[in-house]
Design a binder for this molecule. Structure first.
Ligand SMILES: Nc1nc2c(ncn2[C@@H]2O[C@@H]3COP(=O)(O)O[C@H]3[C@H]2O)c(=O)[nH]1
Ligand SMILES: [Zn+2]
Length: 441
């Protein structure tokens, strides 16, 4: 509209020699319309962002500067790179490294990540077992890449990390000898799909803001239901349906499994899922389907929150990304007058405070139960988490000491200032009788 108006203005200017008042009026209306659109957060996917840096809070560095969804150009560029690279052989060294929780995602760009996901499907023998055509797997992976948004944390790289941890756990625990291929396919594909089209605002926000998702799913795990629905939207299309050569019964079982796994990632169900696992642990039986189903939900939950099980140089940038997304949500909650999610509030949370509580009360209790079933995991996922807890506990103490020191020196400076002020006023008013020295003089 703006462009057409500019064109019209130019034409009139050439023909009439000056801009008529009616054009000025129209320009004013277009400006005010743009302003209106830019201030409406829920229209952000139009690419018309309200820049939160105008507010009193420090702006999130890039969150609002980007469009939520990937652009067509961005996708095509990555797709071309991916297709080009997918024919290249991935070295044995990388294939082995990919099976370990020490894998560093930050060293790989998105097209390479897609190749690595392809390697996972290949090395778990899914291609021949389920008769998956390479082009269909590539199309599936491309759609997955496309439907993760440009947000700080719940993005395609997070999808990869969760899937890679799941993949690592499958190898470390030798699950291939304990569960059948369909279960493994369910686990890996659930991890790939588990946060599809996340917008960077959690369920509490969805429900409080009465978003479209909350309305659609009646406030019941709106996000997880959506991630799952998007997954099956992709799988409904023949060209990206990696399950298209399976029997109806196999497809049914896979669909049921994926739905269970993705819905279990809703953290409001954390205790429910963990308690179920604890109750069957003493009698855990791999031949029991119910037991295997619960284990699958635990494995996806562990993978989903496993950043702190990674080396510090991999984990710490993830925490920055998470806090960026958290702070953005709480900023928006404040702006919209919604209840502010306490653990996302930049005025209340610090890096170490966020991690010590999370590791103590959420991560370790969950990881320890999984390690009860698979003691070999202790060194791979529990030891690094304990190290991280130690690191953040020390950081928290250092921060507290620094705050105390700062408060003390501020108080000292204030008292000094007050004393100086008093002395000045006393000089004006006459001798200070309270001071021994002045009494002597
Ligand atoms: N504080 C903290 N929270 C985490 C971490 N990893 C995951 N989470 C939380 O766990 C949640 C898992 O589900 P979500 O992806 O919805 O959102 C995630 C975050 O809220 C972490 O390292 N630190
Ligand atoms: Zn996730």
């Amino acid at each position: 509209m703006e462009k057409r108006l500019q064109g019209l203005e130019k034409k009139i200017l050439i023909e009439a020699g000056e801009t008529p008042a009616v054009v000025y009026e129209m320009k004013k209306q277009v400006d005010s319309f743009r302003e209106k659109l830019e201030s409406v957060e829920h229209l952000s996917w139009l690419g018309l962002f309200k820049d939160l840096s105008e507010g009193t809070h420090k702006p999130s560095p890039f969150y609002h500067k980007r469009t939520l969804h990937k652009t067509r150009e961005e996708c095509e560029h990555v797709r071309e790179k991916f297709l080009h690279m997918s024919s290249l052989e991935v070295s044995e060294e990388v294939r082995q490294y990919l099976k370990t929780p020490t894998f560093d995602n930050w060293q790989w760009e998105d097209a390479e990540i897609m190749v690595l996901l392809q390697v996972m499907y290949t090395d778990l023998d899914f291609i021949p077992t389920f008769n998956i055509e390479p082009e269909v797997l590539q199309q599936f992976l491309f759609e997955i890449y496309r439907r993760y948004n440009n947000i700080p944390f719940h993005n395609f790289k997070h999808c990869f990390c969760v899937t890679q941890m799941m993949y690592g756990l499958i190898w470390l625990t030798d699950l291939r000898s304990k569960m059948d291929s369909i279960d493994l396919l369910i686990m890996l594909t659930s991890a790939v799909c588990h946060d599809l089209d996340h917008t960077g605002y959690n369920n509490a926000y969805q429900i409080n803001a009465q978003t479209e998702l909350a309305l659609r799913y009646n406030d019941i795990s709106p996000l997880e239901n959506h991630h799952c629905a998007v997954a099956f939207e992709i799988l409904e299309r023949t060209e990206s349906n990696i399950f298209r050569n399976l029997s109806t019964d196999q497809y049914k079982r896979i669909r049921e499994g994926i739905i269970k796994c993705i819905l279990a990632t809703d953290m409001s169900r954390h205790n429910e899922v963990l308690n179920k696992f604890k109750s069957i642990l003493p009698v855990f039986d791999f031949t029991n389907k119910d037991h295997r189903d619960v284990l699958m939900t635990i494995l996806i939950k562990v993978s989903d929150i496993s950043n702190e099980a990674r080396p510090m140089e991999v984990a710490e940038p993830w925490l920055d990304c998470l806090l960026q997304e958290f702070f953005n949500q709480s900023d928006v909650e404040k702006l919209e007058g919604l209840p502010v999610t306490p653990f996302m509030d930049r005025d209340k949370v610090t890096k170490p405070s966020s991690q010590t509580g999370f590791i103590r009360f959420v991560l370790l209790p969950l990881f320890i139960e999984l390690a009860n079933l698979f003691p070999c995991l202790e060194q791979h996922i529990i030891d690094p988490v304990r190290k991280a807890l130690d690191y953040y506990t020390k950081m928290e103490k250092a921060l507290e000491t620094e705050q105390q020191n700062r408060a003390q020196s501020e108080n000292a400076a204030k008292s000094k200032e007050a004393a100086g002020g008093r002395q000045d006023s006393q000089t004006d008013a006459g001798p200070d009788t309270s001071e021994p020295e002045s009494q002597l003089t």
